[in-house]
Design a protein around this ligand. Sequence first.
Ligand SMILES: [Fe+2]
Length: 235
Amino acid sequence: MFTDMHNHFVYGVDDGCADSDAMLKLLRALHEDGITTVIATSHITPGQRHFSLDDYQAHFEEAKALVEHENLQMQLYTGHEILYTDAASRYLREGKAMTLANSEYALIEFMPGEKYERLCEAAQKIRNAGYYPVFAHIERYACLSDIRKIEELADRYGVRMQVNCSLFVRKQGLFRRHWIKTVMKNELIDYVSTDTHDMPGREPMMKKCYDVLIHEYGQTAADALTHKNAQDFFS
Ligand SMILES: [Fe+2]
């Protein structure tokens, strides 16, 4: 039922799963958590840090074979989580950085202390390259504690916003709780995702997140954030 559009299950290419066994455990856990569609967004830093795309592709195909062998009803798709650098838009244009499930949407992340101006520049350049930016785990960026800046990114550049499930599931401090309430009230969040890297320690918690969303914000919001909004990646 759920779509996880930010995940590091492909092993041996980034700080996600270390080996095939770890990947299998994580795939089982994702399935158990009610996830039926997953995008494998391994980290890439354009112009700086690369993994072998051949390894990624081979291990991704291995994951598909495991899912089929285990009879897990789960669709797997390719992607990247792109740490924004000056080379990012060029990498997208040249096909060296992968979009979400081969769509027009690209998952972009930043260092937590990145300046707001740099986020705007990234959004503009990604749009100019012909793609729609989806900003990963926006709860991490200090400059977006100012909610008007999230609105501005969405209004000016069409940026879509992803947060991790843990934001809703784990206990948060007063300021963070206020931030969550305000972004939800203003419908500024488009997707929740597990961003799982490995088991144990970062177990998927989509189902728990879904339950919290229903309880706090209602069925429509819960459905939108856990799978409906992500349908755009597959149309
Ligand atoms: Fe990630």
